[in-house]
Ligand binder design. Structure first.
Ligand code: ADP
Ligand code: ZN
Ligand code: ZN
Length: 760
């Protein structure tokens, strides 16, 4: 017989490994999961990518001989999609697999035991049914007769008859009878004895959560306002001509209600819908809202679910029941959806749709457009502040542009007040980090029984501590950043490598000075405000308080219910929350948003401030927003205050066209890293020279990023800008060739190089 080989993708930074296919697996097909040995004793799960008869030229070719039960088979669509990601984002198929398959479906181990321990096994329940000896009433009667002496067994069988509803007049046995083992109150010795006699049989049944099949399709849909109705129709009409529609709807305009109507349209036909959100904490509010309409049809997927639940939800989607709504964050793009008809990307401007580290550095928004074009699905991108790229695509006619420019119902856009920090200080009207107007407004709002949201872009207590005598600051040894003080926890923490230490009582440098907390994060805002308004009930939403699903759910539901007055948070707060009691929003320090060294800084600052502001006055109460800044004349602040999205876009487009930035070009960045700084600089110089021979001034760098050392590795970056008329694919290929050439120089082969395509 011919020997066959399989290219198998493993969750490693490689495309695939080639194995011989064992005889047991002669019927193996592409997309299946197999258990494979690698190296001395490691076991992995791999996905069969191709089957062929070309013998690889390894010294020893290992054989695969085992399929994995319970594992899904990758569809042709998924295979095509993974291939695209790997080629577009310059990463290996193994890296795609790492992101795409839930961990309990791809365990690895050094022994079978280790491997099996982590491998997902479905939960089962035991059921009792009639055994092989009980086929007729006669047999049943004879059995009972024979059990007369074994009293308990006799009683047990009688009870089973009762459960099976067998009457004296019955003439035959219904063999399909089943009952839960747990519902049958006899201990295991009796059960075993009956089993041994062939009277009953115990069967293990996998628990699946698919209650869906019995749920008739029946939803009470929201009634749309006339503006919403028009937008809804425009999206449907638009989808007849273009696959993507951009819904530009101001905050509180009721975009979600439009999504609900769209989702209903497809679920009703038994087709599936994917709903992507930028932030896990946000899903809890939305999921409740969606469950009210679609009940059991809603399936969620994100990393805060325990591993078992992730797998169960993944497998449930993989069963292709039809008519399901999958809600998740970016990784949900990899769900094995059977009949994808529509993808909704809510808050499409959010940079968290892009994975930065590790590879694959994919953008789930852009991926959803590609995936949809592969399977004929439609896409809706929604935002109150669309990304400039999406907006440009819509303006150029690639997407349908749908506008929704009024808030739903009686709600109106909030009043925006700019409060000048410097003037406030001069007039003696600033208390710690609060200008008088903000503090007064907070007090008034709470006394009126309304709620307040405060935004500060930093978590922790203060971003660094500084000696009041010699100027020493707390810095991480491994990274080139300051250590953030987390006061409640009593720790200085590095937000890049996770290092933590206790804050020193005395300056470790001059030994006399006292380190002082500088700047302020959410924790400090909370402490200061509690001192200023002792009666206020304050809660805080940031990465520190929302590590667990329970943590953020509690904070959000308490605030929704009105159990706290003030919610202080980081950008997590800017992502689509809907709290009807909030009438005041304060942005404590707009300056650190404005002064960001990135070509998207103004766009981001505008989006963030507009989104945070949009949390105010979403119901019948008129909202107010107060922005504290030292640059009240800054154009971005003006655009926010005037609610002038178009103005912001036009100004940005002029800048970007003048200096050639997206959307006028495409960007790949390359980061080179090494522990030896000199070696890294040498490598970068060589790379820069070679690169410029090919790309000329399109290649910028090397330049140290704002944090130029992480975990003892120094970092240098290059940026490659390719005009839209050029071939991006070709440019990336040439870039890779230069990277490879550099790596083949023995001096530099230990320099690591990472590409980031379309960085955010
Ligand atoms: P957006 O996502 O556009 O900021 P939402 O969809 O959260 O806005 O809607 C804002 C508020 O208005 C929500 O509380 C929502 O329930 C309410 N709302 C919007 N449209 C409707 C509608 N058609 N019927 C009932 N309530 C609506
Ligand atoms: Zn000192
Ligand atoms: Zn560090």
């Amino acid at each position: 017989m011919d020997v066959k080989y399989a290219n198998i993708v493993l969750p490693l930074a490689q495309n695939y490994f080639t194995f011989q296919i064992g005889e047991e697996l002669s019927d193996l097909v592409v997309g299946e999961c197999v258990e494979v040995p690698l190296g001395k004793s490691k076991i992995y799960i791999g996905i069969v990518w191709a089957i062929h008869d070309i013998k690889p030229d390894y010294k020893t070719i290992k054989t695969v001989y085992k399929r994995v039960g319970n594992s899904p088979r990758l569809s042709a669509l998924q295979i095509k999609f993974w291939e695209w990601i790997s080629s577009y984002y310059i990463c290996t198929l193994g890296e795609v697999m790492r992101a795409a398959i839930p961990s309990a479906l791809k365990p690895e181990g050094f022994s079978s035991e280790e491997f099996m321990r982590d491998l997902y096994k479905p939960l089962t329940i035991s059921e009792i049914k009639w055994g092989e000896k009980i086929n007729t009433i006669d047999e049943l009667n004879r059995t009972l007769e024979g059990l007369k002496r074994a009293k308990i067994q006799y009683r047990a069988v009688l009870e089973l008859c009762n459960m099976a509803n067998i009457k004296d007049t019955d003439t035959h046995i219904d063999r399909s009878f089943r009952t839960l083992r747990n519902a049958f109150d006899y201990d295991s010795t009796i059960i075993k004895a009956l089993e041994k006699r062939g009277i009953i049989e115990i069967v293990k049944v996998e628990i699946t959560q698919d209650k869906l099949n019995n749920v008739p399709y029946n939803t009470n849909l929201p009634i749309l306002s006339s503006a919403q109705e028009i937008a809804f129709t425009e999206i449907l009409e638009g989808h007849k001509e273009r696959d993507v529609a951009l819904l530009h709807g101001i905050t509180g305009s009721g975009k979600t209600e439009i999504y609900i109507r769209l989702i209903d349209n497809y679920l009703r036909e038994g087709r599936d819908v994917l709903y992507l959100l930028p932030e896990i904490a946000l899903t809890s509010q939305l999921i409740e809202r969606m469950k009210r309409y679609f009940g059991e049809r809603v399936i969620t997927y994100h990393s805060k679910h325990p591993p078992r639940k992730r797998v169960e939800n993944y497998l449930r989607v993989n069963r292709h029941n039809g008519g399901e709504l999958i809600i998740g964050v970016r990784s949900a793009i990899f769900m094995p959806i059977g009949d994808l008809s529509l993808v909704i990307v809510d808050e499409e401007h959010e940079s968290s749709f892009k994975q930065t580290d590790p590879a694959p550095r994919y953008n789930a928004r852009d991926c959803s457009i590609v995936l949809s074009s592969m399977c004929g699905a439609k896409v809706v991108l929604g935002s109150a502040t669309p990304s400039i790229e999406s907006y440009t695509n819509a303006k150029e006619g690639k997407y349908t542009l749908v506008n929704l420019s009024e808030r739903y119902g009686e709600a109106t856009l909030p009043n925006i007040i700019i409060s000048d920090n410097i003037r406030s200080v001069k007039r003696g009207e600033r208390k710690v980090h609060f200008n008088k107007i903000l503090l007064d407004s907070i007090n008034d709002t709470i006394s009126d029984g309304n709620q307040v949201i405060l935004f500060q872009n930093r978590r922790g207590f203060s971003p660094y501590i500084e000696c009041n005598s010699c100027g020493w600051t707390s810095r991480c040894d491994e990274c080139n950043v300051t250590l953030t003080l987390h006061k409640m926890e009593g720790k200085l923490r590095c937000h890049y490598c996770g290092f933590s230490t206790s804050p020193p009582q005395h300056c470790p440098s001059c030994r006399v000075g006292i380190p002082d907390a500088k700047g302020f994060g959410t924790e400090k805002v909370e402490e200061e405000l509690q001192k200023l308004i002792p009666t206020a009930r304050i809660s805080r939403l940031d990465r520190d308080t929302s590590r667990t699903e329970k943590g953020y759910k509690t904070i959000i539901s308490d605030f929704s219910r009105g159990d706290s007055d003030i919610l202080i948070g980081t950008q997590m707060l800017a992502k689509g929350f809907d709290f009807s009691g909030v009438s005041l929003v304060g942005i404590l320090n707009a300056d650190n948003l404005l002064n960001y060294p990135d070509f998207r800084a103004s766009e981001r600052a505008f989006q963030l401030m507009t989104q945070v502001a949009g949390r105010a006055g979403r119901a019948d109460k008129k909202g107010t927003v107060i922005i504290q800044t030292s640059q009240p004349e800054h154009p971005t602040i003006k655009y926010v205050a005037d609610n002038n999205y178009i103005g912001m876009v036009h100004e940005e487009l002029q800048e970007r066209s003048a200096f050639l930035y997206p959307p006028y070009c495409r960007v790949v960045t390359l980061s080179l890293k090494h522990r030896d700084k000199q070696l890294l600089y040498d490598a970068a110089a060589v790379f820069g020279n070679e690169g410029r021979k090919i790309f000329g001034s399109r290649l910028l760098g090397p330049q140290p990023p704002s944090v130029d050392k992480i975990k003892r590795e120094h970092i240098l970056c290059f940026m490659l800008k390719i005009e839209r008329t050029g071939s991006f694919a070709r440019a990336k290929e040439m870039l890779l060739n230069i990277v490879k050439a550099m790596g083949s120089d023995s001096r530099f082969h230990s320099v690591s190089a990472q590409c980031n395509v379309d960085p955010q």
